[in-house]
Write a protein that binds this ligand. Structure first.
Ligand code: PGA
Length: 258
């Protein structure tokens, strides 16, 4: 299985700045076997970056941060995965900022998973417990509910197109009380995720789905998370906004694979 390094830029960088950033990465980035580098820019920058990547024949892939689950229609201000088809290879679904700031419901998450698959785009289903849920010992229930809910409209055949990102909400950088999740904590949750996937779909499917970790990952902590059994990559927010730092994280992923 590949190792995935996904940079989530969230609502940062103008189109011009995004393009300059990408040029900097393209100059120094050497593709490595088995390491898939993915960038999730703002929707408005996707087309520019897609053209830039194509012009450079780059293997770096793009990811949508969000989209509407209907393909076309009267949905003012929205962008669908059907429209993003051909520009992105991946799409985040159920990111905690979507769930908690924009109130994406379990139904939205389910429908967005199905819409991405329909468009031939690989969905990255983000799951993870809040601080309160962790304190009350509900992590396993949250993981089960969010996995079950998110994957319920995905056919068995399509499950292998999905990725799961475990992102405990309390460890995400923009949470003011953020603290880092220790590799042991992440290992426990990833084991639960694999266990749930196995119980739901069987061993073969459970082993085919890449599980990424995200939550304030930096170049300094990347290696510790990437060497956890069952972790196949990283979803990086804040640290992906600094090109040197992002390149260092990619470097760590390459080394861990060797
Ligand atoms: P962070 O964001 O690395 O800034 O914590 C991760 C994410 O929200 O995907």
């Amino acid at each position: 299985m590949k190792t995935y390094v996904v940079g989530n830029w969230k609502m940062n960088l103008s189109v011009g700045d995004a393009s300059v950033y990408l040029q900097r990465i393209l100059k120094r980035y050497k593709a490595a076997r088995g390491v898939e580098v993915v960038i999730a820019p703002s929707t408005i920058a996707i087309q520019t970056l897609a053209l830039q990547l194509a012009r450079n024949k780059s293997r770096i892939r793009l990811c949508a941060q969000n989209f509407h689950q209907k393909d076309y229609g009267a949905y003012t201000g929205e962008v669908s995965v059907a429209q993003l088809k051909g520009l992105v290879g991946y799409a985040l679904v159920g990111h905690s900022e979507r769930r908690y700031i924009f109130h994406d419901s379990d139904r939205d998450v389910r429908e967005k998973m199905a819409a991405a698959i329909r468009a031939g785009i690989r969905p990255i289903l983000c799951i993870g417990e809040t601080e309160m849920e962790r304190v009350f010992g509900e992590t396993a229930d949250v993981i089960r509910d969010q996995l079950l809910g998110g994957l319920s409209e995905v056919s068995r055949e399509d499950l292998k197109k999905c990725l799961v990102a475990y992102e405990p909400v309390w460890a995400i950088n923009n949470n003011k009380k953020a603290r880092l999740a220790s590799p042991d904590e992440v290992a426990r949750s990833v084991k639960m995720i694999r266990g749930q996937l196995k119980a739901l779909y069987g061993k073969d499917v459970a082993e085919e789905i890449p599980v990424l970790y995200g939550g304030s990952v930096t170049a300094a902590t990347a290696g510790g998370y990437l060497t956890i059994p069952g972790v196949n990559g990283l979803l990086v927010g804040g640290a992906s906004l600094v090109s040197d730092e992002f390149l260092s994280i990619i470097g760590v992923a390459k080394r861990v694979r060797e």
